[in-house]
Design a protein around this ligand. Structure first.
Ligand code: SAM
Length: 252
């Protein structure tokens, strides 16, 4: 049965690569290293348009992707074709997936696990991951650390798109949430062409950012062993006050 329209479908899928190209993230080196260390097939949760997945596949690491946005996956397939790659992609939700096989490494980049902000969703994704790991297989999650509460509207993006020169804007308006771990926003994405009509889409988005030690306890409570918290690059121990961290754990 097809999944319902996903958060990243539509305009967000259209502008996602422009946004992340501008960010120039340097996290690929981490995933490259982790894929090189372990055995077996790997699975990237929330693989999106393939920013991480496709370069890993190009290096011949056996990596599959999973995402609940048909539009993000379509972009990943198209970019894969351009690179001569045919990625194995699962259109599925991180909280409910059943793929009928196990993996040596399951990972999630860019803090995407924090998008599971509704009660029980993050826990469900950890349980599904443990069920899909080989015994001793590794879970690696790039997490965003708790942030200060929002005080007002944020212009999260405002940039020109190469090619057609369209102005891309992402505006976030804070919404209340009873859970102090959760930051909830009304998100509006806009594409404003130099000549022509503005296209605009609005959706609610929320991020759950548990404190690192709380998240470590959540992993242990879901049956993971060897839980380790590291800095975002995975090169040293976690440091207080940093915006992001890496959580590693093994399936027992
Ligand atoms: C910030 S993007 C990250 C994409 C890619 N991993 C990267 O680093 O560029 C977040 C991705 O999570 C996906 N996503 C959000 N909620 C999801 C869910 N419940 N199940 C599966 N994928 C989900 C979105 O569709 C989107 O592709």
């Amino acid at each position: 049965m097809p999944l319902p329209r996903a958060l990243y479908d539509g305009l967000l899928a259209e502008v996602y690569d422009d946004y992340t190209d501008a960010d120039n993230r340097d996290d690929l080196v981490l995933w490259h290293r982790l894929c090189g260390e372990g055995h077996g097939v790997k699975l990237e949760l929330a693989s999106g348009t393939g920013r991480i997945l496709l370069p890993l596949l190009a290096e011949e690491y056996p990596v599959e992707g999973l995402d609940n946005s048909a539009d993000m996956l379509a972009r990943c397939r198209d970019r894969g074709t351009e690179m001569g790659l045919a990625p194995v992609l699962h259109e599925a939700d991180m909280t409910t997936f059943t793929l009928g096989r196990r993996y040596g490494l399951i990972f999630c980049a860019a803090g995407s696990l924090t998008l599971l902000a509704e009660p029980g969703q993050m826990e469900a994704a950890l349980e599904r991951s443990r069920e899909h790991l080989e015994p001793g297989g590794q879970l690696a999650l790039a997490m965003d650390a708790p942030a200060k509460p929002a005080t007002g509207k944020v212009l999260a993006r405002d940039m020109r798109r190469d090619g057609d020169g369209a102005r891309l804007r992402c505006i976030l308006d804070p919404l209340p949430d009873a859970n102090p771990e959760v930051a909830r926003w009304r998100m509006t994405n806009e594409v404003v062409p130099p000549d022509g009509a503005t296209r605009r889409e609005t959706a609610d988005i929320a991020f759950r950012r548990p404190a690192p030690h709380t998240f470590a306890d959540m992993l242990r409570a879901r049956g993971f062993a060897d839980v380790t918290l590291m800095d975002a690059h995975g090169t040293g121990p976690i440091r207080a006050g940093e915006e992001a961290y890496l959580a590693l754990a093994r399936a027992g």
